[in-house]
Design a protein around this ligand. Structure first.
Ligand code: DC
Length: 654
């Protein structure tokens, strides 16, 4: 599968707002299957629509179950309606592709192993690397006929009708995944006899087992959890539809927004989970409170705010009970006041990717020190985060939790962002809705339009940083001239641009230890800058350097592609222009003020020629961005132009 295009997330001043969560993945996939196995019709509201639930619905449909998606109606929300099969699947032979959906693969394996048909279950390459042997052992002890077509203990699986041996006891190891236990609890009622499931070893992620039991109860089946780590299934009847079932919001998905609220800015309210939730991951809120965040848990919503006048506190926690939300905590650790330790998270190794390795690699890119052990991570936050491009390993949670690093005031690029489709297709839209990006005011215009002076004055008036991007191209031109590099030598020029030892301080421009403020304004450098800035590789070499200027409280970015390529999401965009005549006169006056002779006719010709050259080139031609406000400064002095821009900014923010 090809990766989706990179997503550039801007640095944030903070977050604030309200989020309505999509339905819980864990509940949705359990409920879809339970409804399919039940007697009667079930209407499921707020069911998650994502890759993982799509795989489950496709599989159920292939097994002969009638699943219908109903749009919203005047008196009812959208829903999925499933006609249950009463424990007898209509289709006895099927080939099922289940993607990388663990919540589909494990319970369907158990159900189909006891369903009496011939089935082939397979998934993505990663799914074939995720162990399932403990579940197969338990099912085989009941007489299930399951073969592994690749490696023993791993998918793909071939299933033949089981040869029931009448066992009333089954043992399972829950040390690798609690889903093995949940899968058996869902499937065992198909045997229609009393049976006891006994857990061996320390079972991980216990809250997910409790979730399965709670949902089975909604479908009329009382599973008795006993103190000796056994579960008793009475076996008198199978599942019965509860009629209508509302899926609560996804507590793991809530973790990103709650952490965002805890890290910075204003209050974040998350609707759809709360004290009444049956998902274990709501306890993530406790972990944030333990870091000093101000958290309020209400029955159906949670509020998160940062600590009052303090940083988040470092932590050392056993996170076995919330393995998914714990990933969010690993990124929150970047904002803590000291090293943080996440313990008992060995299950991370067999998830969508080896999450211990992936998390360590990516946190280090941001400047953190990370110590990785077999089942733990120790994360020492850096003094300042670094901008980074984050690889996501086809793991939705990697993509979602690293978006929080933007709260460190840095640019984050998320590679293959569409991997969030697994559980939360709208994640980045929801995150953007609560984000307050560092504002950028982009200003461009032709030579002598006044853009440089206006940009500097606007930056000063607002207390923002000023980026004169033309100066960067001029610096490359000067460095190239000094090193006698030909203007056509794109590769060498791109290298110079990448390693440019440029500094901007107190209105002066430095190349290494040389103050070159005036040197870069020479006419030969203007000409050379215009030539070399046409090279695509020179432009991309300067890309991140320019984006790094976007720091709180804001940036005024001046130059050709500021409002299009570098900061397409700029808060305000202006295009300054003036007639050729007015610009030639300005240049003449400037030259005369500096004691030079100036010929207005030749300046007029030069300006017109430069306009034509800049407008005609292939990369970043001079043009009025379609979403920029046009300001004609022909009849304005500088003060008027500055006031016009400031007024436009003010008008837009009220
Ligand atoms: O704005 P200026 O005259 O200082 O810019 C110098 C040259 O660099 C000019 O030819 C336009 C070019 N430039 C560019 O291609 N992209 C930018 N973002 C800024 C300037």
């Amino acid at each position: 599968m090809s990766a989706s295009p990179d997503l550039l997330l801007p640095p944030l001043l903070g977050v604030e707002g309200r989020v309505r969560l999509p339905g819980s993945k864990s509940i949705s996939n359990r409920v879809l299957l339970l409804a399919a196995l039940s007697e009667g019709e079930t209407r499921i509201e707020n069911c998650l629509a994502s890759d993982d639930t799509a795989r489950m619905m496709e599989a159920l449909t292939a097994l002969g179950i009638n699943c219908r998606t109903l749009p919203a109606q005047a008196d009812a929300p959208p829903a999925i309606v499933i006609t249950g099969c009463g424990g007898v699947l209509p289709v006895r032979q099927a080939d099922l592709f289940l993607g990388n959906a663990g919540t589909a693969f494990r319970p369907l394996t158990a159900v189909l192993a006891l369903a009496g048909g011939h089935y082939h279950l397979h998934g993505t390459a990663r799914m074939h690397e995720r162990p399932i042997g403990d579940l197969l052992d338990a099912l085989r002890s009941l007489g299930a006929q399951i073969g592994c077509t690749g490696n023993e203990g791993y998918p793909p699986l071939t299933i033949a009708p089981h040869q029931d041996n009448g066992a009333t006891q089954v043992r399972v190891r829950g040390t690798v995944s609690s889903q093995f236990v949940s899968a058996l609890l869902i499937a065992l009622p198909l045997l229609r006899r009393p049976i006891t499931l006994a857990l061996e070893g320390e079972t991980i992620s216990r809250p997910y087992i409790d979730l399965t039991i709670a949902l089975a109860r909604r479908f009329g089946l009382a599973i008795e959890a006993r103190a000796d780590n056994t579960f008793f299934l009475p076996g008198t009847h199978g599942y019965r539809s509860p009629g209508v079932l509302h899926v609560e919001g996804d507590a793991s998905s809530a973790s990103y927004f709650l952490a965002a609220g805890a890290i910075g800015g204003g209050e974040v309210r998350v609707d759809g989970v709360g004290a009444d939730s049956i998902q274990g991951d709501v306890r993530f809120a406790e972990a944030l409170a333990n870091m000093g965040a101000r958290i309020e848990v209400h029955p159906h919503h949670i509020l998160a705010r940062p600590p009052e006048n303090a940083r988040l506190r470092a932590f050392d926690l056993d996170l076995n009970h919330i393995p998914d939300a714990a990933m969010t905590l690993a990124v929150a650790a970047l904002f803590a006041d000291g090293p943080c330790r996440l313990r008992n998270i060995a299950s991370w190794r067999v998830k969508e990717t080896d999450r211990l390795a992936a998390m360590s690699t990516e946190l280090r890119k941001l400047g953190a020190q990370v110590q990785e052990e077999a089942d733990a991570l120790t994360i020492t936050p850096p003094a300042r985060l670094r901008a980074a491009a984050i690889d996501t390993y086809d793991d939705h949670r990697m993509a979602m939790c690293f978006s929080l690093a933007t709260l460190g005031g840095v640019d984050i690029t998320i590679r293959d962002p569409a991997c969030v489709n697994k559980t939360f297709p709208e994640y980045f839209t929801a995150f953007a809705a609560i984000s307050r990006p560092v504002p950028v005011i982009a200003i461009d215009g032709p030579a002598a339009s006044g853009k440089g002076t206006v940009a500097a004055a606007v930056a000063q008036a607002l207390g923002y940083t000023h980026l004169d991007s033309g100066a960067l191209y001029r610096l490359v031109a000067l460095a190239a001239q000094r090193q006698q590099i030909a203007p056509e030598d794109e590769e060498t020029l791109a290298r110079i641009a990448r390693d440019l030892p440029a500094r901007f301080a107190q209105g002066r421009v430095w190349l290494e230890n040389d103050d070159v403020t005036d040197a870069i304004r020479a006419e030969t450098i203007s000409q050379l800058a215009s030539q070399i800035s046409a090279h695509a590789r020179v432009r991309s070499a300067l890309f991140q350097r320019q984006r790094d200027f976007r720091t709180a409280p804001g940036l005024v970015a001046e130059g050709r592609d500021m409002g299009s390529v570098i900061f397409p999401d700029a808060t305000h965009k202006f295009f300054l222009t003036a007639s050729v005549e007015a610009r030639a006169q300005r240049r003449t006056r400037q030259a005369q003020a500096m004691g030079f002779h100036a010929n207005i006719d030749s300046l007029r010709r030069e300006i017109a020629a430069r306009d034509a050259q800049d407008a005609a080139r292939a990369h970043a031609p001079l043009k009025h961005w379609p979403d920029a406000q046009l300001i004609d400064t022909t009849e304005m002095d500088i003060d008027t132009a500055v006031q016009t821009v400031l007024r436009a900014i003010q008008a837009a923010s009220v």
